[in-house]
Design a protein around this ligand. Structure first.
Ligand SMILES: [Fe+2]
Length: 239
């Protein structure tokens, strides 16, 4: 198959000035999981662009509201937040019809997962996962609870800053990007090996902005977080 210039641009190689390296020794799990041999590039083909796509009609009404989609017998506990932003290409053009999935700890810093044995309470009314599809302007919006910090086994007294995990699906299942969003002013950020594993000039792109315009009176604090897919301002993505 002959690649058109557009196709070459679509599959531009990873920019290591922007994204975290596979191996970041202070982030202990990368010692085991990073490749020890040179990578073999896999040829892209139409197959990667011809899979199923996602649309608004495949979403449930409560999918983007994490304060409602896990309710059993009441409201989840914690600080209510709205997280919104746009998915943009390198020229600032909106990227519509992108499926965003998020997952996060509850307000106490505990995930609903059998591997999470952190001694902090689960919230029976908070599941911690949601999804939505970007609109014509590339915009997404979630309502949730501010996640708590949690300890992890990376090193002595290691705590993850509050964060929300994001996954983006492009036009096919193989076009997936994964990243994490942080909150402004978090004192744990400078101590976090995952955050510090991102090239210095790019890591701040993962910190959301508090927005009084997004904040809803008597309801929830608002945060904005744009995701840029390529270029100088590309949002760092996990390998
Ligand atoms: Fe996490």
């Amino acid at each position: 198959m002959t690649h058109t210039p557009q196709a070459e641009a679509d599959f531009a190689p990873r920019d290591w000035k922007q994204h975290p390296p596979y191996l970041s020794p202070a982030y202990k799990s990368t010692l085991l999981r990073s490749p020890s041999k040179p990578l073999i590039p896999v040829k892209q083909s139409l197959l990667t662009r011809s899979g199923p796509v996602f649309g608004h009609d495949s979403l449930g009404e409560l999918d983007s509201d994490l304060t409602k989609n896990g309710r059993v017998n009441g409201e989840p506990l914690g600080e209510r937040i709205i997280v919104t932003g746009r998915v943009l290409d390198e020229s600032g053009r909106p990227v519509p019809n992108t499926l965003l999935e998020i997952w996060q700890a509850n307000a106490t810093g505990r995930y609903v997962h059998r591997w999470d044995q952190h001694d902090a309470p689960l919230d029976p009314n908070f599941f911690g996962a949601g999804r939505c599809v970007t609109d014509d302007q590339g915009r997404y919006r979630f309502t949730s609870i501010k996640p708590g910090a949690y300890p992890w086994g990376n090193h002595h007294n290691a705590w993850r800053p509050a964060h929300i995990h994001f996954s983006l699906f492009g036009p096919a299942y193989l076009t997936r990007l994964v990243t994490q969003m942080y909150f402004p002013g978090d004192p744990l950020l400078p101590l976090d090996p995952i955050y510090n594993g991102i090239p210095e000039g790019a890591r701040d792109l993962l910190i959301s902005r508090f927005s009084i315009d997004v904040t809803e009176p008597v309801w929830a604090l608002g945060y904005e977080f744009d995701i840029v897919l390529r270029g100088r301002n590309a949002t760092p993505m996990e390998a």
